[in-house]
Design a protein around this ligand. Structure first.
Ligand code: PEP
Length: 262
């Protein structure tokens, strides 16, 4: 039986995306630190998304803590002859509650289409995993002023195939591609405008789903800029790459999230 230690009423969500980093020893040190220093969080759900081989380690170390865990990708198929793929059911076997879908590092490097991403989103939901759907524009698209159109189109494939209600209790992470790993985060004004746009778009189709959707910001978040970002309306937390590999920095971000809850 899968372990699900997601908190009942988290207001903020902070997700670590370890990408292709770590090893058993480093992970153990990082997780031990997280467990020690994040156990008092009341309003913030922390999630660690690690490479597949370490999911068993996450399960064993986090299962009796307030920290949840997940994967960084999932197969669009349920099972079968798909060499190298990992199914949603397999993620559940290792206690995952969350899965990142459509991260730009994957959609760019492995040519993931919006249709593939939509299928993965639905497979995750059907298996009781919370999908963290990544959307966001390139620098050229932002400079051309078409960022809302781009993000809208990324959402439309899911909406037209499955309906807006699938966003109920799901997570969208707004991740401007120009901000990922560059040290150049979106400003609170830029993030505010896009997060509002996303919430409004879903709300016009299904207000209940919009209310129950969490929208994270991702892209060079650190414990300094998190102070301004996490108080912005419609920013429900962050997806954290680089800074999630540093215990002090990541824990600092989680405490900023906690203190941003009124
Ligand atoms: C990410 O990987 O989703 C991300 C936001 O990375 P970083 O925090 O390093 O920009």
């Amino acid at each position: 039986m899968s372990q699900n230690n997601t908190q009942k009423f988290p207001r903020k969500l902070v997700v670590a995306n370890w990408k292709m980093h770590g090893n058993l020893k480093q992970n153990e040190a990082l997780l031990t630190d997280f467990i020690q220093n994040l156990s008092t969080l009341k309003y913030t759900q922390v999630v660690v998304c690690a490479p597949y081989p370490y999911l068993a380690q996450l399960q064993s170390m986090l299962q009796h803590t307030n920290i949840a865990w997940g994967a960084q990708n999932v197969a669009k198929n349920e099972f079968g002859a798909f060499t190298g793929e990992v199914s949603a059911e397999m993620l559940r076997d290792f206690g995952c509650s969350y899965v990142i879908i459509g991260h730009s590092e994957r959609s760019t490097a492995y040519c993931e289409s919006d249709e593939n991403i939509a299928q993965k989103f639905m497979v995750a939901k059907n298996h009781g995993l919370t999908p963290i759907l990544c959307v966001g524009e390139t620098l050229i698209e932002r400079e051309a002023g078409v960022m809302e159109m781009v993000v809208s189109k990324q959402l439309d494939t899911i909406i037209s195939t499955y309906g807006a209600e699938v966003f109920t209790d799901a997570i969208i992470s707004y991740e401007p591609i120009w901000a990922i790993g560059t040290g150049l985060a979106a400003t609170p004004i830029q993030a505010k405008s896009m997060h509002q746009f996303i919430r409004n778009k879903i709300s016009t189709l299904n207000s209940d789903a919009a209310n129950r959707l969490k929208i994270l910001y991702g892209g060079s978040v650190n414990r300094q800029n998190a102070v301004q970002l996490f108080v912005v309306p419609n920013i429900d937390g962050g997806l954290i790459g680089k800074c999630s590999l540093n215990a002090q920095e990541f824990e600092g971000i989680c405490h900023v999230a906690e203190n941003s809850v009124e």
